[in-house]
Design a protein around this ligand. Structure first.
Ligand code: FES
Ligand SMILES: [Fe+2]
Length: 439
């Protein structure tokens, strides 16, 4: 069925159910690129990945290749990774480097890291009205919060802080675990690709219903021998943990009431005591918040979704890249902390590998579910509507669009879909990059 009306898109989402077409229809994917990935703030990278002046990182914003750069004066830029001459991609996706100039490999047009075109081979053969001023790389609006860099094609969308809303507090909790207030993404990345839609990974990251089933082996064979109990106390019926819609599509699994690290029962090493004292010293004007930072231990205390493509979970910064309607790539970076003993970060990286590595206890099981879900949704055309009603009658309002309920409910998912429907219902003229939108 052709999608020619906004109402048609919006009709795919109802308060407690979503039509399978929202996942499996290639036209819906194309509309998402225009109405979501080209119009709202999208995470593109972390400042620690482009720390030195002259650094760049090639990544994707939705399906579009972009360059995250830091110019020689230290300013951040996000540029469309496509030469203004004939469109050649200047750097391969997911590569990084440090350079004075970006040089197109085809005919040698040369750009500064801020995007300005500064050199054209055999310049005197260009037409008389040729102007470098109008042929810089196309720039996006860019902003950064606690080192997390976001960009948008839309000049009119609200500020990044307004967009983040209630999610900003959890980015703070994650970054403030570092004694300097800065995390680093410099310890490699776990990558996986699956045959399926990007929203499956978004939903799974906020799914407190599946761990006791899909990750049964981890919780029974790994966690229980160490903690003395399985997963039931976190996701079981009596758990105080929450499934939260934060508004704007952002969402949370909130386990911050548990001292998960303390539950392991091991005596604190001196390096850990010193690390925590540094956190308390830096946050001495907010002692209660400092204790919350330590108790949460970053993403051990919560899973955060910053809609549409960023997830913080355990030590991990997870980035969801939609490639096509049926292919999704996920980059999972273990975040390390500044100014702590090396063994603190070593433990964080090993924990990341244990649950998210290719031979780990966690991610492979989720990916298996993604494949089975995709297979079921694509082939079972008679099964049209997917069910999202868990906890719908037991939610607690949090103000605005915020709501919370039991961890294994689907409050987060309903919030994600409300935002999806809102964005998909907006009229869209497609990407409106800064350089082209400028008068
Ligand atoms: S395509 Fe880049 S210089 Fe020709
Ligand atoms: Fe999982």
């Amino acid at each position: 069925m052709a999608i020619d009306r906004q109402a048609d898109l919006a009709s795919l989402v109802q308060p407690r159910r979503v039509h399978r077409r929202a996942f499996v229809d290639p036209q819906v994917f194309d509309e998402e690129q225009r109405r979501i990935f080209s119009s709202t703030w999208v995470y593109v990278g972390h400042e620690s990945e482009i720390e030195a002046p002259g650094s760049f990182k090639a990544t994707t914003l939705g399906v579009q290749p972009v360059l995250l750069t830091r110019d020689t004066a230290g300013a951040l830029h996000v540029l469309v990774n496509s030469c203004r001459h004939r469109g050649v991609r200047l750097a391969d996706d997911h590569t990084r480097g440090c350079t004075r100039h970006l040089v197109c490999p085809y005919h040698g047009w040369t750009y500064e890291l801020g995007g300005r075109l500064v050199s054209v081979p055999m310049r005197d053969r260009q037409a008389s009205d040729f102007s470098e001023e109008t042929l810089g790389l196309i720039g996006l609006r860019v902003d950064s919060y606690r080192g997390f860099v976001f960009a948008t094609f839309d000049r009119a969308t609200p500020t990044l802080v307004e967009h983040l809303g209630a999610a900003a507090r959890y980015l703070d909790l994650f970054a403030d675990l570092s004694p300097t207030g800065k995390i680093r993404l410099e310890s490699g990345v776990t990558k996986y690709q699956f045959k399926g839609n990007w929203k499956q990974q978004v939903e799974n990251s906020m799914d407190g219903y599946h761990p006791a089933i899909v990750h049964h082996s981890f919780f029974e064979d790994v966690l229980k021998p160490r903690v003395g109990r399985g997963m039931g106390f976190i996701v079981g019926p009596d758990s105080p943990a929450k499934n939260v819609a934060l508004g704007n599509g952002h969402a949370l699994l909130d386990f911050s009431m548990f001292d998960r690290k303390g539950m392991l029962g091991a005596a604190k090493a001196q390096s850990e005591i010193e690390w925590h004292e540094k956190i308390r010293a830096r946050l001495s004007d907010r002692p209660d918040y400092a204790e919350e930072v330590i108790r949460c231990n970053g993403g051990d205390g919560f899973n955060l979704l910053v809609y549409p493509n960023l997830v913080l979970i355990n030590n991990q910064v997870r980035v969801i890249h939609p490639l096509t309607y049926d292919t999704t790539e996920v980059y999972a970076y273990p975040a390390t902390l500044e100014d702590v003993a090396p063994q603190i970060n070593t433990v964080r990286i090993r924990a990341h590998e244990d649950f998210y590595g290719p031979a780990s206890f966690g991610a492979p099981d989720d990916i298996e579910m993604f494949q089975r879900q995709w297979d079921g949704m694509v082939r079972s055309t008679a099964m049209e509507w997917l069910c999202y009603d868990r906890g719908a009658e037991q939610e607690t309002p949090l103000g605005g669009d915020g709501r919370e309920s039991h961890i294994a409910d689907e409050t987060a998912h309903r919030g994600i879909w409300r935002r999806w429907a809102e964005l998909m219902a907006e009229p869209s003229s497609g990407p409106r990059p800064m350089a082209e939108a400028a008068e």
